[in-house]
Write a protein that binds this ligand. Structure first.
Ligand SMILES: NC(=O)C1=CN([C@@H]2O[C@H](COP(=O)(O)OP(=O)(O)OC[C@H]3O[C@@H](n4cnc5c(N)ncnc54)[C@H](O)[C@@H]3O)[C@@H](O)[C@H]2O)C=CC1
Ligand SMILES: O=C(CO)COP(=O)(O)O
Ligand SMILES: [Zn+2]
Length: 334
């Protein structure tokens, strides 16, 4: 197995000014920037720029991109994912420049534009400017916490799949991923959050690297992500006007899935309450109402989540409507 991890990871104030230096070190000369409309203002370089939504809405014709020797993704999760995808299609390196810390796609080798997600290559470099990230909308930084607490249930699910289904499992990736989440939860619950944005970016980068080492999203995506993907599916199917974020949905999913794990393992007693408290402390949503969904949608998402992909989790063969309603009620989501 080949494990690809970033060669340069710069996480500091003003890091964006180091792009040229990093390009030089990597012997790259002609990048194409992929960004969004809200983040174009950070692309003050003399390189060509394309909007990620335009790339997603058109067919990628390789001839159009001849001459570029790398892609730089500047923005939130969608811009980064689109840049990563384009780089993968063109077989050129990808440099990740997050302008916020809303999910662990910053460093992961995964492209998750649509389900099922797929393994591309990890970024060759990550340039995370903490000055820009700190100023990004608070809501995006709260969502990032949801994508990190997810690691707790993702790892519990992964171990369950190993025990009940003999799935390949890596204890080192699992411990790495789980520790990242535990440390951030502990920091959030016991601090004034003055360094939250810094710790969050590092946690998200670590989580992406755990995915790269495992060569699977297993360390960071379990039943809580299945629930989030199910919500995305229902949003599209019913054309719902809800602008919930990936990390926010995953956070709510983690509260519910950790409760299911607690019921099967007394040692985990109190886990879902602790996760909920950490989400509340950073102002992330912890109820269906705060997330923007009707109760019925939450229940439906819980009943279809196990069918999203072939991934064994605490949901096993699925929840009935009654079980789903009870779970959402008992955890205070509805
Ligand atoms: N590849 C992977 O491993 C992963 C990929 N994802 C994907 O990421 C996407 C979600 O990403 P999100 O960042 O939650 O949403 P998003 O990419 O839609 O960003 C939300 C909004 O925030 C704006 N934004 C970003 N930085 C900003 C800044 N500094 N100032 C002002 N506005 C800013 C963006 O322009 C966008 O309008 C989903 O498509 C999800 O599937 C999520 C997790 C992991
Ligand atoms: O969101 C992710 C990890 O945080 C990506 O995982 P998926 O494989 O579930 O798309
Ligand atoms: Zn995620």
């Amino acid at each position: 197995m080949i494990i690809i991890t970033p060669r340069y990871t710069i996480i500091e104030n003003g890091a964006i000014n180091k792009i040229e230096e990093v390009l030089k070190k990597l012997n790259l000369r002609n990048p194409l920037i992929v960004t969004g409309r809200n983040t174009k203002k950070y692309c003050k370089f003399s390189y060509d720029v394309e909007y990620y939504d335009e790339i997603l809405n058109s067919q990628i014709i390789e001839q159009k991109y001849i001459g570029y020797d790398c892609i730089i993704g500047v923005g939130g999760g969608r811009a980064i994912d689109t840049g990563k995808y384009l780089a993968y299609k063109l077989r050129i390196p990808f440099i990740s420049v997050p302008t916020t810390a809303s999910n662990d796609g910053i460093a992961s080798p995964i492209v998750s534009i649509k389900q099922p997600s797929f393994m591309a290559d990890a970024p060759i470099a990550i340039i995370a400017d903490t000055e820009i990230i700190k100023k990004s909308p608070k809501r995006l930084l709260s969502a990032g916490m949801g994508d990190i607490v997810s690691n707790i249930t993702a790892v519990l699910d992964w171990k369950l799949a190993y025990k009940e289904r003999g799935e390949k499992y890596s204890e080192s990736s699992a411990i790495f991923s789980k520790t990242i989440a535990k440390e951030l939860i502990s920091y959030v619950l016991n601090s004034d959050l003055s360094e939250y944005h810094n710790k969050l970016v590092k946690a998200l980068v670590g989580s992406g690297i755990a995915i790269a080492i495992a060569n699977s999203s297993r360390p960071a995506s379990g039943s809580e992500h299945l629930f989030s993907h199910a919500l995305d599916k229902l949003k599209e199917e019913y054309n719902l006007d809800v602008n919930s974020l990936h990390g926010e949905q995953c956070g709510i999913g983690t509260i519910m899935m950790s409760y299911l794990h607690e019921k099967e393992n007394k040692k985990l007693f109190g886990l879902h309450e602790k996760i909920k408290m950490s989400l509340k402390k950073v102002d992330a949503p912890t109820t269906a109402k705060e997330l923007g969904f009707d109760e019925d949608i939450i229940i439906e998402a819980l009943t279809i989540a196990h069918k999203i992909r072939n991934r064994w989790t605490i949901l096993r063969e699925g929840l009935s409507r009654e079980e789903a309603k009870k779970l959402a009620e008992e955890t205070g989501i509805i």
